[in-house]
Design a protein around this ligand. Sequence first.
Ligand code: NAG
Ligand code: NAG
Ligand code: NAG
Ligand code: NAG
Ligand code: NAG
Ligand code: NAG
Ligand code: NAG
Ligand code: NAG
Length: 471
Amino acid sequence: MDHQQILFAALSLLTILKLSFAADTLSADQSLADGDILISPNQKYELGFFSPGSSTSRFLGIWYKATPDVVVWVANRENPINGSQGVLALAKNGNLNLSSAQSRIIWSSNSSGAGSSPVLQLLDTGNLVVVEDSMNIWQSFDDPGDTRLPGMKIVGDPETGESKYLTSWKSADDPSMGEFSYLIENHGLSQTIIVKGKEKVNRVVFWNGNFVGYPSSTDPAWKVEVVTNRGRLVSVRQPFYDSVNARLTMNYSGSLQRYVMNEKKDGWILMIALPHDLCDNYGLCGSNGVCKVYKNPACECLRGFQPKSETEWSVFDWRGGCYRNLSLNCQNEEGFLEVKGIKFPDSLNFRLNTSMTIEECHDECFNNCNCTAYADPYFNNGSSCMMWFGDLIDIREYTTESGPAPSIFVRVPNSELDQNQNQKTRPSRTKIIIIAAASVLGMLILGLSLWGVFLRIRRNRQGDITDPFHE
Ligand SMILES: *[C@@H]1O[C@H](CO)[C@@H](O)[C@H](O)[C@H]1NC(C)=O
Ligand SMILES: *[C@@H]1O[C@H](CO)[C@@H](O)[C@H](O)[C@H]1NC(C)=O
Ligand SMILES: *[C@@H]1O[C@H](CO)[C@@H](O)[C@H](O)[C@H]1NC(C)=O
Ligand SMILES: *[C@@H]1O[C@H](CO)[C@@H](O)[C@H](O)[C@H]1NC(C)=O
Ligand SMILES: *[C@@H]1O[C@H](CO)[C@@H](O)[C@H](O)[C@H]1NC(C)=O
Ligand SMILES: *[C@@H]1O[C@H](CO)[C@@H](O)[C@H](O)[C@H]1NC(C)=O
Ligand SMILES: *[C@@H]1O[C@H](CO)[C@@H](O)[C@H](O)[C@H]1NC(C)=O
Ligand SMILES: *[C@@H]1O[C@H](CO)[C@@H](O)[C@H](O)[C@H]1NC(C)=O
């Protein structure tokens, strides 16, 4: 062999080495260069360097092997690498460093363990972990990007302050932090929401022991596991099954999208996207307005209210909302109008008490001149009370597929009530007798509904909670 041949042989060997670097682990002092990949043992996920869309910048990320254009996690979202000099290295102390030419540190995991032979591993779930003595000292699932994979949690814990949520990319070409986030909000009733910057743009579902607002399904791909604390939703995740390929993505367009992989496993099917219809847009009908998707125009004022500006309203600008056309005098001439099958107004100015009967709730609201509406947010579990003060925001009528929907009781003058609506006057003797009879009936109903709650709890224990946005 002459020099040229030796050089050629060496070069091709190098190429082979480079191309064949496709393991599922990386040990301390090893590194992953641009062009190398880590593959999960089930061959589903790959970790490596990529350029999104039409961008020429390089990013370290995880994608589906079958659909490399669908990237589920990016390390250096905010710090693109210019050339193909990127190198990921695992230090002996368990820290991951991503560096570019001139060894400039682009991104670091800031993780460190006891310093005994850590290993970087891409798991079957798509979770990238640094393991030391069979303990995860760092994982990519703790640092969500725009995609929630099965096994990965969204967290909103008001007690510990822990918060993990999805944030959209800026665009198809730019994985840096975009405008939209999907998160758990625990101000009042637990709910999941989409925000644009700081502005709420969509309340997705609310939690009262079940997810309310969207149809449930028995499909295992739609099952979720939740963690709650004193009735509040703390975290949500979809359990991982090797057979289920699903993802929830907060798209840069502002749409929260749930995808499932197709049968041929070479593409994705969009199952549902939010906002789903006009009425999903937060506060579309303004204060005290109700959105009805099948109506044209979609916005109406609650009964007893009228548009603040008829001119704006007539050109479909509803944001100004509605006001009471008969101001309440807080005497006896008022009652509550039941508005059925709606999305609860947002918890802006509210009081929530989980040890009050619906009758106590009614009385308390009635006796507080500022209370504009009340409801049982836990659907007749017999002991919870939500009261709203001031304007009622973001009410929509639910469609029949949305599953069981709550009622609220809105304070209106008696003149707005039907004859048979509950009008609050001072209780008379006959009323007391009726109340006594009603309480016996109430006990019976309570017994029956407790049985219902018991059945529901049993069902939930069996992991039967489903929701399209929590897969
Ligand atoms: C990449 O190039 C752009 C412009 O060419 C420059 O502003 C930026 O600092 C460079 N980034 C790195 C990491 O070198
Ligand atoms: C990673 O970066 C940290 C901080 O810049 C540095 O102390 C450490 O030596 C680096 N490790 C490797 C393997 O480059
Ligand atoms: C690591 O620490 C640096 C400096 O404190 C910080 O800027 C960076 O965001 C941290 N990286 C991660 C992944 O948390
Ligand atoms: C009703 O639901 C609330 C919130 O989950 C809970 O605190 C309360 O104990 C429940 N009451 C009954 C009777 O189940
Ligand atoms: C974002 O939405 C657009 C339009 O629906 C779609 O083409 C694109 O694939 C989505 N991006 C992701 C990462 O799912
Ligand atoms: C209040 O509005 C209702 C319709 O919502 C209307 O029937 C009623 O006449 C109005 N009352 C006043 C005093 O404007
Ligand atoms: C809830 O209501 C009950 C009964 O009216 C009352 O004793 C309790 O103090 C209330 N709790 C809160 C937190 O307001
Ligand atoms: C009702 O609201 C007004 C103005 O915010 C306040 O001054 C008043 O004390 C409130 N009344 C009650 C019973 O809370």
